[in-house]
Design a protein around this ligand. Structure first.
Ligand SMILES: Nc1nc2c(c(=O)[nH]1)N[C@H]1C(S)=C(S)[C@@H](COP(=O)(O)OP(=O)(O)OC[C@H]3O[C@@H](n4cnc5c(=O)[nH]c(N)nc54)[C@H](O)[C@@H]3O)O[C@H]1N2
Ligand SMILES: Nc1nc2c(c(=O)[nH]1)N[C@H]1C(S)=C(S)[C@@H](COP(=O)(O)OP(=O)(O)OC[C@H]3O[C@@H](n4cnc5c(=O)[nH]c(N)nc54)[C@H](O)[C@@H]3O)O[C@H]1N2
Ligand code: SF4
Ligand SMILES: [Mo]
Length: 704
């Protein structure tokens, strides 16, 4: 008989709530949770069952038997793997102190357990991938409101006008957000989209600006200029809640629409029409401040300018504007017990310098890429152990060869992953986690207009000898003598412990798959809004004290992006709706639908290079290159070439993805330490590559 399991998708880190139908320990059907997603699921989510069945993943613990990266492994029992890791970690902690161990995590609602593990060990070095993703956006938001990136959400459904600068919302997707955008469009809302190439979102947009790569900041500045000039902004909001407006007015003077039109390669009258629309639609206008904005050397300032536009709209805590997400406490509920909160915070300096060398950055997860320098310099102390849970730094950060050189200074690399990752392949131990459909998770509290408690439930038993992370970390913690911080033996005991202060039990999830904590969303009244602004001054700081203290400008003069050197192109990347970064490339179904990436080339440039659609071109940078098929585009900006991230994998046991397509991160030589000093994000689009028509006739197994 078929049974329903309420769970959470794991094909990307959005973790959409899902309803799974199971029969005879087989997944028969998956759909979005009808109470939250109207049954919708994306293509990757639908391919989940193929992952469970796929044998091309680590099936039991592996300990390296050859040199790092050689691919020679001993298959071992879980006890042997735990003992091996515990012994190595003991030795590292004894010789160098626990701070010599760092642990990274992909991010998301289950981070409590990961933080608890590294803090329980006695190290402050919890970190994640975010300097290649949203750190610039996070720091931009902090510098204005004292609130982080996830402390603001967007009421897209009710907005009159959604403005997206390179936020390809319909392809680089969250199902709930796609639903909201489509509802907004159905309600007659406007969508303005800015990109350097045609996209799914651009196709749906009511206004599309095709800009020169790296010029978003110019367009945002000109929009600020013209709105202020037309006095089309919320004066009361500015006066009441912000500081530094006079400096902004002075700063913005040179940046008018005529200037920006030339800089971005768009029409001035289109900018002026856009400004007119904003004046009509405010305050129900949302300028999305960006998600993946580790791109250009001014991405932090571009994101900051987009936030300034929200502030001019006066859209904070307004229907159809920006909302401060509410937690259980806002609706009178008690929250979950936190594993991490019961552990004394390690007091040593962080190994990446965040919080003492770099005071303007949020301590939270710090900045992973700065640990590489520490591995080499051993300053303030050596880094000897790296544990990555659900994170693949060799794919996530640029220049993997430079990373490997730094990693060679360590004594222990552990990958806890459901797949072979490039990092796992280079590690000393791989601990295979069972896939999301094969495991339960701890309970998570999700903030939002209506907060909720949510949990992932196991749909089927693990096919191989793989284990869930809650069990893996508990076993390691016991062996390392801090098992008391993981006060459970079974997942049921963990749930009970988490729910101890609430009036709920795990049975309360049975009806809908989640526990709603508040049925009616509410907006914070203007009179109470000031208390929600968390800067030192209590104002939204258009000129930030934190930045000034760090000798950084808040209003940075615009600098035009460098044109590519003769014969080269700026390498731009993004995502496909069919893949999640690199870890779906080998999925049997998704591989079949998109087996390799292509290099997008502007039509005029392609003609110059003598390349036609589907022919091979050779792409190269200093240390890496290879052939890839060309995809000719009318609208892609001629300075750029574009590819989807995640391909060019070199793990022989993943036969489908092995050497299929090219890797963008491997082309990014020398970019590992090119960080925006104000935002902490890496400048991944500051990469130039050479493209030539390929004379080779490479073997390719699959035609596009
Ligand atoms: N050049 C370049 N670099 C980029 C990007 C780019 O577009 N181009 N994108 C950037 C962005 S936006 C981000 S967010 C980062 C993402 O980079 P990462 O943070 O590394 O995230 P993912 O690639 O999503 O997945 C990380 C690992 O999680 C593993 N995994 C998947 N499911 C499970 C599971 O159920 N359990 C466990 N234990 N592991 C699992 C995958 O196999 C993979 O090895 O990369 C960034 N880096
Ligand atoms: N299907 C799918 N969805 C995903 C993910 C996935 O892997 N697959 N990953 C998730 C993650 S971790 C993230 S961070 C988000 C990222 O989602 P987004 O923030 O939307 O980022 P990308 O898709 O990387 O890039 C968006 C666009 O930026 C454009 N771009 C490049 N340079 C410029 C420029 O100078 N100006 C402008 N305006 N545009 C430019 C690219 O052409 C691309 O179309 O997606 C999330 N959703
Ligand atoms: S966006 Fe798609 S892949 Fe990601 S969690 Fe949701 S359904 Fe799964
Ligand atoms: Mo990301």
């Amino acid at each position: 008989m078929r049974k329903t399991i309420w769970s959470m998708c794991g094909m990307c880190t959005v973790r959409c709530p899902i309803r799974v139908e199971v029969e005879d320990n087989k997944v028969k059907w998956i759909e979005g949770n009808p109470h939250l997603l109207n049954r919708a699921l994306c293509g990757k989510g639908a391919a989940g069952p193929a992952l469970v069945a796929d044998g091309e993943r680590p099936r039991q613990p592996l300990i390296r038997s050859g040199p790092r990266g050689s691919g020679r492994w001993d298959e071992v029992s879980w006890d042997t793997a735990y003992d091996y890791i515990a012994e190595k970690l003991h030795a590292i902690c004894k010789e160098h102190g626990p701070e010599s161990v760092m642990m990274s995590f992909r991010g998301g609602p289950f981070g409590d357990m990961i933080k608890a593990f590294i803090h329980g060990l006695g190290s402050p070095n919890f970190t994640n991938h975010d300097s290649t993703c949203g750190r610039n956006v996070h720091h931009a938001s902090l510098s204005l409101y004292g609130l982080g990136r996830t402390d603001l959400i967007y009421d897209i459904k009710n907005s009159k006008h959604l403005v997206l600068f390179g936020r390809n919302i319909l392809a680089s997707l969250r199902v709930a957000e796609v639903n909201q955008v489509l509802d907004m469009l159905d309600n007659g809302g406007r969508l303005t989209y800015v990109d350097v190439r045609p996209t799914l979102t651009g196709v749906k947009a009511s206004r599309f600006f095709r800009v020169r790569p790296g010029t978003d900041y110019a367009l945002a500045l000109a929009t600020i200029h013209e709105l202020i000039k037309a006095e089309a902004y919320d004066k009361e909001f500015i006066e009441r809640f912000t500081s530094g407006f006079d400096q902004l007015v002075e700063f913005i003077k040179p940046y008018d629409s005529k200037w920006a039109a030339k800089e971005c390669g768009i029409k001035q009258n289109h900018i002026m029409e856009f400004v007119q629309e904003l004046a009509e639609d405010r305050p129900k206008v949302i300028f999305h401040p960006g998600w993946m904005l580790s791109r250009y050397s001014d991405s932090f300032y571009a994101s900051r300018a987009l936030h300034v536009l929200n502030i001019l709209m006066g859209n904070l805590e307004v229907e159809g504007g920006q909302i401060i997400p509410k937690g259980p406490g806002d609706f009178g509920y008690k929250g979950l017990q936190s594993l991490d909160a019961q552990i004394p915070k390690p007091t040593q300096k962080r190994g990446d310098g965040v919080g003492w060398k770099h005071l303007h950055f949020d301590k939270g997860p710090g900045l992973f890429h700065l640990f590489y320098e520490t591995m080499v310099t051993k300053d303030p102390y050596p880094i000897k152990g790296v544990i990555c849970y659900r994170h693949d730094p060799l794919t996530c950060f640029p220049d993997p060869e430079a990373q490997k050189k730094a990693l060679d200074n360590t004594d222990l690399l552990v990958s806890i992953d459901a797949h072979y990752s490039e990092f796992g392949w280079y590690s000393d131990v791989i601990l295979p986690e069972c896939t999301y459909l094969e495991r339960d998770s701890m309970i998570a509290a999700q903030k939002g207009p209506k907060p909720r408690l949510i949990v992932r439930r196991k749909a089927v038993d693990p096919v191989f000898d793989t284990k869930p992370v809650w069990e893996i970390l508990k076993n390691l913690a016991d062996r390392l003598n801090f098992g008391q911080y993981f006060p459970y033996n079974t997942i049921e005991e963990l749930w009970e412990w988490q729910l101890k202060n609430t009036d709920f039990s795990i049975e309360d999830f049975a009806e809908k798959g989640f526990i709603p904590l508040g049925d009616k969303p509410f907006l914070i009244e203007r009179d109470k809004l000031a208390s929600k602004i968390k800067t030192e001054s209590g104002k939204i700081e258009l000129v930030s004290k934190k930045l000034s203290d760090a000798n950084l400008p808040s209003l940075k003069p615009y600098e035009s992006p460098q044109a590519p050197p003769e014969g080269q192109f700026r390498l731009i990347f993004g995502r496909s709706p069919l893949h999640s970064h690199s870890h779906t490339i080998n999925n049997p179904i998704l591989h079949e639908m998109m087996p390799e990436n292509t290099l997008w080339i502007n039509k005029r440039i392609a003609a110059k290079l003598g390349v036609s659609e589907g022919e091979y071109v050779d792409v190269s940078s200093k240390d890496y290159g290879g052939p890839i098929k060309a995809r000719i585009s009318e609208q892609l900006h001629p300075e750029a070439v574009y590819m989807v991230h995640g391909f060019g994998r070199e793990i022989p046991l993943q036969t489908r993805s092995f050497n299929a397509g090219l890797s963008d991160q491997k082309l990014m030589s020398g970019l590992l330490d090119k960080m925006d000093p104000a935002g902490g994000g890496l400048c991944l689009c500051e990469c130039f590559v050479t493209v030539k028509r390929s004379t080779k006739n490479p073997k390719r197994r699959v035609e596009l």
